[in-house]
Design a protein around this ligand. Structure first.
Ligand SMILES: NC(=O)c1ccc[n+]([C@@H]2O[C@H](COP(=O)([O-])OP(=O)(O)OC[C@H]3O[C@@H](n4cnc5c(N)ncnc54)[C@H](O)[C@@H]3O)[C@@H](O)[C@H]2O)c1
Length: 452
């Protein structure tokens, strides 16, 4: 069976390489010629643990190839997956479906023999049927059910652990009204049946909504625990203990209950917005999701305010320097899309602070700095400690492992600390226990204390 993946970004590349690992012949297409050239040479354009060896393995076995020529790749495929971006449309919050629709037209022009066209991109309910309409309109000679079928197969992998997530998913969701498509897609996911992965077959519409409902629910968990953290701080309670206390309830679950600076990344922010728009359009408003979006926007600014406030408590902040550790939206990814740092860092600069940044993937001399153009006005450091040299405060913004055991003796020497104060660390990820940090002023999230 031949699979063609349209789009070789975080999802298309991981998915393509994993299907090749399962033994299928996969062609990964992208319109970005540089990306394809790099991939052909074995250079991986994104940071995703384990992806380089998986891609190499597929290439060596001759099962994974890369091309910019969509038409040839589509004409030979049994299954074509659309894995292009669906970012927020400028100005109105809807999902921008232009890449999906453009891909659908291009695919239509090249279909040759029965093909299942699958939307793997996260798309609003109704999109997959629109893809079918575009194919029929572009190629009136093609009959749905005879020459092609469509299916929705949303992707749930997480950046940073994408390969494990894809190879051992909690479930696979497939939405289609065609038995033939169902059969082909069942064959494609057969290796996962063997490890007893639940495969959930649904209607197209349900499948499209499952993806948004999942992300909306997870975003809601995060927004909830962040607001509970604020309450804990004021009421003298501890958010870590609270999260454990509620998370052990099987109905709630422990995951996604880490208080932090707000969710970011390439999915939750855009998907919650798009879900809210869809719900309003169908006159079935999801006011919970509207509140989540608002709470998360507020959260990021509030975190910048928190940093400024602790610094102000030490005197005039003009010209003071903040060392920011970590800017990606989570560890083990180079993805900066909608990262909280994109709001927090500019807010710090606006407040008159100088900002020095170190991230394990974005540092002085790193090739990736080209992708960090949004961080205008910051000074890039080459490691965590050089970013602290003479700084007035350290902010932990992303919980990369290398920040979990900072050398406090070194940090105390490097930081500039006014008389009568302790060196200042603001930890927006709660990666330390306050009891371990008594030598410094350790400000974290949701750990209130009532004086005895
Ligand atoms: N990134 C994630 O963690 C994640 C997880 C689950 C689902 N998703 C969803 O998957 C989709 C893809 O996300 P991503 O992060 O991989 O995006 P991405 O921006 O990393 O990659 C998209 C790729 O598609 C290419 N492309 C666009 N139009 C094309 C065309 N007509 N022909 C060939 N190539 C084309 C682009 O050049 C780009 O390389 C989105 O809908 C996203 O919401 C993403």
């Amino acid at each position: 069976m031949r699979v063609t993946m349209i789009g070789s970004g975080y999802v298309g590349l991981v998915t393509g390489a994993c299907f090749a690992e399962f033994g299928f012949n996969v062609t990964n297409v992208d319109q970005d010629a540089k990306k394809i050239k790099d991939l052909e040479k074995g250079k991986i354009p994104i940071y995703e643990p384990g992806l380089d060896s998986l891609v190499q393995h597929g290439q060596k076995a001759g099962r994974l190839t890369f091309t910019t020529e969509l038409s040839k790749a589509v004409s030979q495929a049994d299954i074509v997956m659309i894995a292009v971006g669906t970012p927020t449309r400028r100005g109105d919050g809807y999902a921008d479906l232009s890449y999906v629709y453009q891909a659908a037209e291009q695919i239509a022009a090249s279909i040759n023999g029965y093909t299942v066209v699958v939307t793997k991109s996260t798309v609003p309910v109704g999109t997959c049927r629109k893809v079918a309409e575009i194919i029929e309109k572009t190629r009136p000679d093609l009959k749905r059910g005879v020459d092609f079928d469509v299916a929705s197969n949303p992707e749930f992998l997480r950046e940073g652990s994408a390969i494990g997530d894809f190879m051992r998913p909690d479930r696979v969701v497939i939405g289609t009204d065609s038995n033939r498509a169902k059969e082909l897609l069942s064959k494609l996911y057969r290796p996962l049946y063997l490890i007893e992965t639940p495969i959930v077959f649904t209607s197209i519409e349900t499948s499209e909504l499952i993806k948004y409902a999942s992300n909306g629910f997870l975003a809601m968990k995060i927004a909830f625990i962040n607001q509970m953290a604020d309450l804990c701080e004021k009421a003298g309670a501890d958010i870590q203990e609270l999260a454990k206390g509620i998370g052990l309830d099987g109905r709630i679950g422990r995951k996604f209950l880490n208080a932090g600076p707000g969710y970011g990344g390439s999915c939750f922010p855009k998907d919650t917005l798009a879900l809210s728009k869809t719900a309003h359009d169908f006159e079935a408003p999801l006011t919970l999701i509207d509140a989540v979006v608002e709470a998360n926007d507020f959260r990021k600014k509030a975190m910048a305010g928190k940093i400024v406030a602790v610094l102000k408590a030490r005197g005039d902040i003009k010209g003071k320097t903040v060392s920011v550790l970590g800017i990606t939206f989570k560890p083990n990814t180079d993805d900066l899309r909608d990262a909280p740092s994109l709001v927090i860092v500019p807010e710090l600069l606006k407040a008159g602070l100088k900002v020095r940044v170190y991230d394990p993937l974005y540092y002085a001399g790193s090739e990736r700095l080209d992708h960090a153009a949004d961080f205008k006005g910051v000074e890039w450091s080459r490691d965590a400690y050089s970013s602290m040299q003479g700084a007035d405060c350290v902010v932990i913004l992303t919980e990369w492992n290398e920040f979990r055991a900072l050398d406090l003796d070194k940090l105390k020497i490097l930081l500039n600390t006014p008389k009568g104060f302790k060196p200042l660390i603001v930890d927006l990820r709660n990666i330390y226990k306050p009891s371990e940090m008594e030598e410094v002023e350790y400000v974290s999230i949701g750990r209130g204390r009532v004086e005895a």
